[in-house]
Design a binder for this molecule. Structure first.
Ligand SMILES: NC(=O)c1ccc[n+]([C@@H]2O[C@H](COP(=O)([O-])OP(=O)(O)OC[C@H]3O[C@@H](n4cnc5c(N)ncnc54)[C@H](O)[C@@H]3O)[C@@H](O)[C@H]2O)c1
Length: 241
């Protein structure tokens, strides 16, 4: 049986590692593109895992990664674009955000996704089955949680997705976004932490989204929910209600 190839940009992060694990265990070949390596042995020792170091805010790095993948595998089946982080200086809003951090945030949280899709498009075109792109956004894009540049960039992902859904569809590619609420990377960081405890108390089920929930959602979206096209799925345990 043909091995599906899933590229996960930002796959070394706290949520990314769960997504990588899910796709590996389901039998995909997973190629992580990230500036940082995964150190977790349960992942790096898997025969179907590979890593390419790249700064995805730099199109030349993405081009080099694409060439390596093309040489070895020719085509890919899924692109999960999930690198992203807010800048420290934007935590205090417009008062504190620096011009340098505005540029950095937009470059990572919006531009890098557009670069990745532009550069990887040729590897994703349909042969016998439809190919998939999932971009990870945030509920910062749909409500008021501060972080001006990060939120603007995450909202920009929707506009970008809507603009290209038809063009990509005609090439046999489905694209969707998932907007995450707060996803603590482990239960250890929640218990006894005032910030997380108070946030958790306001959630309808008093439970945060877990990294494994994100992995399940992305996997289902890619392999099961095939009629969802050009949509933003909110995965936030009711946080944005
Ligand atoms: N954790 C949350 O509460 C939360 C909430 C909403 C949305 N999100 C989104 O989910 C995604 C994953 O978040 P996370 O919590 O795993 O974050 P994380 O910081 O743990 O992981 C981000 C990953 O992106 C990589 N990365 C950063 N800059 C890069 C660059 N220039 N080139 C290549 N790789 C780069 C990092 O090395 C890291 O592996 C992000 O897009 C984030 O905005 C997270």
């Amino acid at each position: 049986m043909k091995e599906n190839i899933t590229v996960i940009a930002g796959g070394s992060g706290g949520i990314g590692r769960s997504v990588v694990r899910k796709f590996l265990r389901k039998g995909d070949r997973v190629i992580v593109i990230d500036i940082n390596k995964i150190t977790d042995e349960s992942i790096v020792e898997e025969h179907n895992y590979s890593f390419i170091k790249a700064d995805i805010t730099n199109p030349e790095d993405i081009m080099t990664a694409k060439k390596k993948i093309e040489k070895k595998y020719k085509k890919i089946d899924n692109l999960i674009s999930m690198a992203g982080v807010n800048m420290k200086s934007e935590i205090g809003g417009m008062e504190t955000i620096t011009i340098e951090d505005i540029d950095k945030s937009i470059k990572l949280n919006l531009n890098s996704h557009i670069y990745l899709i532009k550069i990887f498009l040729g590897l994703l075109r349909k042969e016998e089955v439809v190919k998939n792109i999932v971009m990870i956004s945030s509920i910062n894009a749909i409500s008021n949680y501060g972080l001006p540049a990060y939120s603007g960039a995450k909202a920009g992902l929707y506009g970008f997705m809507k603009a290209i859904t038809g063009e990509l569809g005609s090439q046999g590619i489905r694209i969707n976004t998932i907007s995450l609420g707060t996803v603590p990377h482990s239960t250890d960081v929640i218990d006894g932490n005032e910030y997380f405890e108070s946030k958790r108390g306001k959630l309808p089920l008093k439970e945060f989204v877990k990294p494994t929930d994100v992995a399940d959602a992305i996997y289902s979206l890619v392999y099961r929910m095939k009629a969802i096209v050009g949509q933003n799925i909110v995965l936030d345990m009711g946080q944005s209600l």
